[in-house]
Ligand binder design. Structure first.
Ligand code: AMP
Length: 306
């Protein structure tokens, strides 16, 4: 979409999707989703995020309007002939276990992202969940980024292990959930799995453990943080992407990479993820404000004060 040369402090590439999600209570069809959508929406509360992704001709104008309302920069959003990426999944009664019913790459199958000029100097880069070859292509186009994080999932661990390992060797932070960390490393014990990933290159690994919170592992130690307890989980989809978007948005806004900045970014990611699961799609993020996030961070800090 239109190049304006507006600079961004965080570039995010990932899937732009129409999701069909079934929970024990409801089913929503073809709703706005995808890793890049959740991550950019979450980051937008903190910084100017630029979206890199591809939509098909069936992508609704209301989705684009929604992104604009979040203030996301859309110079890197391409619209091409064909169908938008579609994902469908179903949650079990406990809302933790999820089964993927279908994944149709559609326009992502032939996507070759060309970054707008204004994105190439972005200091922060988040390679949200999408084919590792696409993540590598985007990484290659950014000049000397200060901090690069990446996410992935079981599908890519199984179908694209080589490009994924190449990617992991080039980034600062890998975000991954617990079962994927075990699958990727063959190591059951999560701290050992994280240390194995550190040996492949990154400075940090964050392992997301759903309702059990998250854990950051680096050479200098370990930070554990619980999840923010939410009364009514309506749809956990996108929680991991929103965590990562909030985390990266907060880091990009502060411009610091100190221990304290990283800890604060983890709290922010946790709280933004907790809002995301309170409704389907981006519906909850669309109606909250930065003040709502800040209030929840204050309450969260109070809960974990030891
Ligand atoms: P999360 O719940 O954080 O794992 O993210 C769910 C989002 O990831 C959904 O909106 C899906 O559209 C998207 N997604 C699911 N499978 C894939 C895949 N193989 N590649 C990229 N994105 C995916």
């Amino acid at each position: 979409m239109n190049e304006t040369n507006q600079t961004v402090s965080l570039v995010v590439v990932g899937s732009l999707a129409l999701d069909t999600v079934t929970t024990p209570a409801a089913m929503h069809q073809d709703v706005l989703g995808g890793s890049v959508s959740y991550a950019c929406a979450a980051a937008s509360f903190f910084t100017q995020a630029g979206m890199v992704g591809v939509a098909g001709t069936d992508f609704p104008e209301s989705g684009v309007a929604q992104f604009r309302k979040f203030g996301i920069d859309l110079q890197g959003l391409h619209k091409v002939e064909g169908k938008t990426f579609r994902w469908s999944g179903e949650y079990e009664k406990n809302m933790n276990n999820r089964r993927t019913l279908s994944t149709d790459l559609n326009v992502f199958a032939d996507f070759s992202p060309q970054l707008p000029k204004a994105y190439r100097k972005s200091p922060f880069l988040f390679l949200a969940n999408i084919a590792p070859t696409l993540q590598l292509q985007v990484l290659a186009q950014i000049r000397k980024p200060r901090f690069v994080a990446a996410d992935t999932m079981d599908m890519w661990i199984q179908t694209a292990p080589e490009p994924l390992r190449r990617l992991i060797s080039k980034i600062d932070l890998l975000l991954i959930n617990d079962s994927e960390a075990r699958l990727l490393t063959g190591e059951e014990h999560l701290v050992k799995a994280a240390r194995q990933v550190l040996r492949w290159g990154p400075r940090y690994v964050i392992i997301k453990k759903g309702e059990h919170g998250s854990m950051l592992v680096s050479k200098s130690g370990l930070v554990m943080i619980p999840a923010y307890p939410v009364d009514d989980v309506h749809d956990p989809t996108g929680a991991g992407d929103a965590f990562a978007g909030g985390f990266m948005g907060c880091l990009a806004a502060s411009g610091k990479l100190t221990q304290a900045a990283v800890r604060r970014a983890m709290a922010v990611g946790t709280v933004v993820a907790s809002f995301t699961v309170e409704a389907f799609s981006l519906d909850r993020l669309a109606v909250i404000t930065r003040a709502n996030i800040d209030d929840r961070i204050t309450a969260f800090r109070e809960m974990i004060r030891l």
